[in-house]
Write a protein that binds this ligand. Structure first.
Ligand SMILES: *Cc1c(COP(=O)(O)O)cnc(C)c1O
Length: 475
């Protein structure tokens, strides 16, 4: 039963309290520090507060409720064992200002996680400080700029394929690079010849996503890396989709110089609602001097923080990054081991291809080659009934599913990008396929039912533009 939930301040009953504190007596702070007028806080009981937040939480959809097929986001189940590890007192309660001596174990954990990630990605060194994938991109591009600047010319341009995530050109632009877009070919991947045509000695780097946002492996990556390296450029790889490659491909060995990882995707730490994530970055030896500070150095079995790095790009995050995420990722890697990590990739690819096969006769597939961890359909077959991608996504909510990513990647008109991840059992994939088929049938028979969806959710169709443009964050 979901009812309209008023704000806490609307539930105020004058005089109602949710706390009981002893009389302050003589311990009151000096008068000048006391407020003159009472703060305008909601007057509610503990029960009111608990019910308010639990009711709100029930209006949310989460991975613990069901399939969350948001393509490129890798919304996989977060095992509770890794939460338990992060909740251990010495991890959860460690004060960020505590001395190195007292958190040797925590520093060791970060140090080891860096080594695991370096091995997984085929990189020489890793920093765990960035707080998101996009923050990792910024960190990586800053290191690339510092690398070129140290050679006397920071260069001017960065090459980015048209299938890239929007954060790629944004990160390059923040580092004052001009973005040169290259088109992917009819198979959805980059042609080495197209990179060669735009690569020159004023190009600082190529940013490539592998597997790319169409769920396809950029199989020419080695040749592309050679073309870029030949003119002194570096290759940045967006590794947000590494779930498909774990234990199978080490991108560093393909020639990549910088690689970011999304712990909140590949390594199953929670995606907060814009909250804590972690985007560690791996680099090759030549970029090590530019890594953000502090560095964790192991000397005679002790872990020390090193700040004196003259060429470093400096601090990218206060204290020790989103440490709770690092603990979860560490626990996840340790629990699974090399064979388990490889099985993640195998199952993620299997599940995506199961959905692809299940729906290929019902929805249009713009790129016919087999996909890795996700598959991209379009609304081409449904469009003549007047139904669009957005309507299909909204209608899925009536079937109890979170909609997939839509209208991305931009190169697919009306894209529906589905990433089931490895943590879905076959039964839920079958339910999802059945729902998508039922919706396709509705598009033919009762298109207005789809165009006005959702019908069964607490809220109907929201004005998303207004919601984004007119932020009202104060009561
Ligand atoms: C998710 C994603 C990013 C950005 O990661 P955030 O942690 O959301 O900042 C970048 N590139 C690709 C391909 C992604 O899927």
């Amino acid at each position: 039963m979901i009812l309209e939930e008023p704000l806490l301040c609307e539930q105020t009953v004058p005089g109602r309290q949710g706390y009981s504190l002893p009389e302050p007596g003589a311990n009151l702070p000096p008068k000048e520090f006391l407020r003159q007028a009472a703060a305008k806080l909601p007057e509610v009981s503990e029960v009111d507060v608990v019910r308010h937040f639990v009711r709100l939480s029930q209006q949310n959809y989460s991975k613990d409720v069901g399939l969350f097929p948001l393509g490129s986001c890798t919304m996989k189940y977060n095992p509770k064992t890794t939460d338990a590890a992060a909740a251990l007192t010495n991890f959860a309660q460690a004060h960020p200002m505590i001395s190195e001596e007292e958190v040797q174990g925590n520093l060791e954990l970060i140090y080891e996680l860096q080594n695991y990630l370096a091995e997984i990605g085929g990189m020489d060194a890793v920093t765990c400080w960035p707080a998101a994938g996009s923050h990792g991109e910024l960190t990586g591009m800053m290191m690339i700029r510092a690398f070129h600047a140290s050679k006397g010319n920071p260069r001017k341009k960065v090459i980015i394929p048209d299938s890239a995530h929007g954060t790629n050109p944004a990160s390059a632009a923040i580092c004052r690079y001009e973005v040169v877009t290259v088109k992917s070919n009819q198979d959805g991947i980059l042609n080495p010849a197209d990179v060669k045509a735009v690569m020159d000695e004023e190009t600082a780097a190529l940013m490539i996503t592998n597997p790319n946002t169409l769920g396809l492996f950029e199989k020419n990556i080695q040749e592309i890396c050679e073309i870029v390296h030949k003119q002194g450029g570096l290759v940045y790889c967006d590794g947000a989709n590494l779930n498909a490659l774990l234990g199978i491909v080490q991108l560093g060995k393909e020639g990549v110089d910088v690689l970011h990882f999304n712990l909140h995707k590949t390594f199953s730490t929670p995606h907060g609602g814009g909250g804590p994530g972690a985007g560690p970055v791996g680099v090759k030896k030549k970029l090590e001097p530019f890594l953000p500070t502090p560095l964790i150095i192991k000397e005679n079995g002790r872990f020390n923080l090193e700040m004196a790095r003259p060429q470093s790009i400096g601090r990218m995050k206060a204290y020790f990054g989103n440490f709770g995420m690092l603990v979860r990722a560490y626990a996840y890697i340790r629990e699974l081991g090399p064979a388990g990590l490889r099985r993640i990739a195998e199952m993620a690819v299997l599940n995506a291809n199961y959905i692809r096969k299940g729906l290929e006769k019902t929805y249009h597939l713009p790129y016919p080659s087999p996909s890795l961890h996700e598959c991209v359909f379009s609304d081409k077959l449904q469009k003549e009934t007047g139904v669009k991608t957005l309507d299909i996504a909204k209608r899925l909510m009536d079937y109890g599913f979170h909609p997939p990513t839509i209208y991305f990647p931009l190169i697919v008109h009306g894209a529906l990008m589905i990433e089931p991840t490895e943590s879905e059992p076959k039964a839920s994939l079958d339910q999802f396929i059945a729902a998508m088929k039922a919706i396709a049938k509705e598009c033919e028979e009762t298109p207005e039912l789809v165009q006005t969806a959702p019908h069964k959710t607490f809220r109907g169709r929201l004005d998303e533009v207004k919601a984004a443009r007119e932020l009202k964050l104060r009561y």
